[in-house]
Write a protein that binds this ligand. Sequence first.
Ligand SMILES: Nc1ncnc2c1ncn2[C@@H]1O[C@H](COP(=O)(O)OP(=O)(O)O)[C@@H](O)[C@H]1O
Ligand SMILES: [Mg+2]
Length: 296
Amino acid sequence: MNPVLKIENLTKNFGRLCAVNNMNLQVGAGQVFGMLGPNGSGKTTTLGMLMNVVNPTSGSFKWFGEEATHHTRKKIGAVLEHPIFYPYLTGQKNLELTAMIKGANEAQIADVLRLVELSDRKDDKYRTYSLGMKQRLAIASALLNDPQVLILDEPTNGLDPMGIAEIRELIKKIASDGRTIILASHLLDEVQKVCTHFAVLKKGNMVYSGPVEDVSKGAETVEVKADVDLTDALSSFQGSSSVLRENGYFEVTLTDGVKSKDLNRFLFEKGIIASHLVTKKKSLEKQFLEILAESK
Ligand SMILES: Nc1ncnc2c1ncn2[C@@H]1O[C@H](COP(=O)(O)OP(=O)(O)O)[C@@H](O)[C@H]1O
Ligand SMILES: [Mg+2]
């Protein structure tokens, strides 16, 4: 598979601060790729480099297997931070201005307005739009010229629950046309709902990347030991998916939702006192939530 985006050893320092540290990443065609991380973890800086508005300190990236050029840039649409539209012009007029710059035509304007469900509000002034409508117009504008890739930075920030749901549905709709989407978010929930793949950033370091379905996998693992042999007791415990014997300990992988204290109680009720009971591995979801709760 030829990746749509390949990032190699990408680094950005702002003076002594390392905003993005030696990032390596691939995004495949048709993926909805989430960059997940708390505020200050380097998401916007990464997207800025990918859009050639931030100069990398070192490292490189390729779009469609090529160095970024004017030509590759045309295949990418982006909504970064604050889109600029004229408040006293209508949605339609604002898109006409963008279309002129991008060399897109009238028919495309109608298409993107329909896609973001703003056709019936196109002749209203931009300043009368709700935040959600403004965001949808920004996405429409990024989709002019039919880019293969759409980049979104925190697409639901500041929106009410209704607006958030609409944008998430829209992202899924855009992805279902076969477009590749790269989005930055500080919400695990958002990434789980719309993305197929994701990477987790922590203080500029990519600490994880993989398919989204892995988030719910990776159950907790508990190390347990007692003065008596636990083989029989553990084999009758319903809350484990596997039991491994290792260096005198038993390594018990718990099924979803089962906690180490459930295992402890189970053993106790069988008259066994655990002399050692330690959570070795937290579920991925728990680990990510901990990372996201940290600020820089
Ligand atoms: N232009 C800049 N000058 C100095 N520091 C910056 C600049 N842009 C971002 N930073 C710093 O880089 C780090 C990453 O920021 P950013 O990429 O905006 O993170 P995120 O988008 O994940 O919230 C932060 O510590 C931020 O303060
Ligand atoms: Mg940001």
